[in-house]
Design a protein. Structure first.
Lengths: 118, 113
């Protein structure tokens, strides 16, 4: 199956700093990737859709200046949490759809990245 | 906007027994996909089963099967012969024409030995 990898798997940072999370499709090219946020014991909430070569599309209520998304290539999307605060602490998960598998409709998920802001 | 509702925050089943997890959704689209994902403590999302809306036949994957009722917008998951390894959070998900995926609140399944 298609493989999506995230890095780092966990990160601890000080309040006010910026943190970058990478999402890579290892064996396929992804024109579109999705970023989700998951609070403890809650569901996955879509934050934004990352489009290769163009601006990301953010969901209502998500601050685009705080959560910077860059989809610079067909295999890499990055999420940068700028000026992080404790309330940004969460589990961030990326996903992608593998081209050629449009009929399956399935999204492949990364392992997730746990961010803790002190 | 599409919404996915899972009305059972927690469910419990005895090992080797059968359990059904409920899911309903709301959409105005006619063509879409429905999924059940499993999230164990590792937090990795694992696809359990998928259903294309245009298919009337219910999907099955070994011990996992669904009851897809398109008119009622219902998509329940049945787990037969439950195993200890089935314990996890289960999320029902909808994917429509926008290609993004929307998730229900989840159901925590406990399997008792």
């Amino acid at each position: 199956g298609a493989v999506v990898s995230q890095h780092p798997s966990w990160v601890i940072c000080k309040s006010g700093t910026s943190v970058k999370i990478e999402c890579r499709s290892l064996d396929f090219q992804a024109t579109t990737m999705f970023w989700y946020r998951q609070f403890p014991k809650q569901s996955l909430m879509l934050m934004a859709t990352s489009n290769e070569g163009s601006k990301a599309t953010y969901e209502q209520g998500v601050e685009k200046d705080k959560f910077l998304i860059n989809h610079a290539s067909l295999t890499l999307s990055t999420l940068t949490v700028t000026s992080a605060h404790p309330e940004d602490s969460s589990f961030y998960i990326c996903s992608a759809r593998a081209p050629g598998r449009a009929g399956a409709g399935e999204l492949f998920f990364g392992e997730g990245s746990r961010l803790t802001v002190l | 906007a599409q919404t996915v509702t899972q009305s059972q925050p927690e469910m419990s089943v005895q090992e080797a027994e059968t359990v059904t997890l409920s899911c309903t959704y709301d959409t105005s689209e006619s063509d879409y996909y429905l999924f059940w994902y499993k999230q164990p403590p590792s937090r990795q999302m694992i696809l359990v089963i998928r259903q294309e809306a245009y298919k009337q036949q219910n999907a099955t994957e070994n011990r996992f099967s669904v009851n897809f009722q398109k008119a009622a917008k219902s998509f329940s998951l049945k787990i037969s012969d439950s195993q200890l390894g089935d314990a996890a959070m289960y999320f029902c998900a909808y994917r429509g024409n926008n290609n993004d995926m929307r998730f229900g609140a989840g159901t925590r399944l406990t399997v008792k030995p």
